[in-house]
Design a protein around this ligand. Structure first.
Ligand SMILES: NC(=O)c1ccc[n+]([C@@H]2O[C@H](COP(=O)([O-])OP(=O)(O)OC[C@H]3O[C@@H](n4cnc5c(N)ncnc54)[C@H](OP(=O)(O)O)[C@@H]3O)[C@@H](O)[C@H]2O)c1
Length: 284
């Protein structure tokens, strides 16, 4: 909505104003310089188009982290869709019916790309464990396919839930970490200004397994409190990365949604300390 404002200056007011400008006092508060009240007329309101609705696609929106991200995005008024192999919500709560659930496998065929239509930003929560080959595929290849397809569709922002470095553990889960880093490299190449990579350690919160709720916060929350004081030890090779504090799934969800939709959120890698810092900011 904009307003057109007309003002009329009398000749004496015009020369007074000009004199003030010359003397370097343009913003004068001296009332005796005004000899005629300013006349303001309101113009007809102009019909401006409504701002475009942000449409977020969460890859793996029915998983532990993905479902919290879907809920956070809906709470912020976004239009939310999810893509996963099962294509169904794992949660029977009222908010879940507001998500547009798509079925598709990022490792098979092209039909899943239809879910990218009209999307403004993507958050990928696709990842997991298994054999080294499987871990590379699900953490690497599947996400690389998604990054490439999103870039080809001209989507502006892509957030990836990666994982922090765990030192020696990296060698035991090589496919997992190689896959994560391969996706990160692809993101940096395809989305140089629109990537946000989150690197949490252990994520705690309420995880649903079937109809059961597992309260992982019972372990994670006290650990987070204790381990925040271990930050200086994080620089110690081998044991250091194992001291990465756990982080609340709600904090991960908040930062992921902000990274996907806030135009001033800087591109880059956000570690567990950054996750906690950004999640406490009230500006978003
Ligand atoms: N949980 C943690 O403590 C933790 C810590 C650090 C990093 N992370 C990372 O955070 C991300 C989310 O973790 P999470 O614990 O939420 O995992 P999760 O519960 O297992 O969720 C994974 C999601 O990916 C979907 N998915 C898997 N393969 C797919 C494929 N080929 N095509 C489409 N969708 C697929 C799964 O749905 P379907 O089975 O229906 O396909 C599911 O929705 C992962 O990348 C994980 O590595 C997690």
């Amino acid at each position: 909505m904009s307003r057109l404002i007309h003002s009329r200056l009398s000749p004496s007011r015009f020369f007074n104003t000009l004199g003030s400008i010359r003397r370097g006092r343009y913003l004068s508060t001296e009332s005796n310089k005004i000899d005629e009240p300013l006349k303001v007329e309101e113009a007809e309101p102009v019909n401006a188009p409504p701002p475009p609705v942000e449409k977020l696609l969460v890859l793996g929106g029915n998983g532990f982290v993905g479902s919290h991200i879907c809920k956070e995005a809906l709470d912020r008024g976004l239009s939310v869709a999810s893509l996963s192999r099962s294509g169904k919500s794992s949660i029977q709560e009222p908010w879940a019916s507001k998500v547009n659930w798509h079925q598709g496998d990022l490792l098979s065929g092209d039909s899943w790309k239809e879910a990218l239509g009209g999307v403004t930003s993507v958050i990928s929560c696709v990842g997991g464990f298994g054999s080294n080959t499987y871990m590379y595929k699900i953490n690497g290849t599947a996400n690389i396919n998604a990054v490439r397809a999103a870039a080809e569709k001209g989507i502006k922002r892509f957030v990836y839930i990666s994982a922090s470095d765990f030192g020696v553990v990296n060698y035991l889960l090589q496919g997992y970490y190689d896959g994560k880093r391969a996706t990160e490299t692809e993101l940096l190449t395809r989305f140089p200004y629109g990537h946000v990579i989150l690197r949490p350690g252990f994520i705690y919160g309420t995880r649903r397994v079937g109809s059961m709720k597992l309260p992982l916060g019972v372990i994670g929350s006290p650990l987070e409190m204790i381990m925040q004081y271990a930050k200086p030890l994080n620089q110690v090779p081998v044991v250091g990365p194992l001291l990465t504090p756990p982080v609340d799934v709600k904090a991960v969800a908040k930062v992921a949604v902000r990274g996907a939709t806030d135009p001033v959120f800087p591109p880059g890698i956000v570690d567990v300390y950054g996750l906690r810092r950004y999640s406490k900011q009230k500006t978003f």
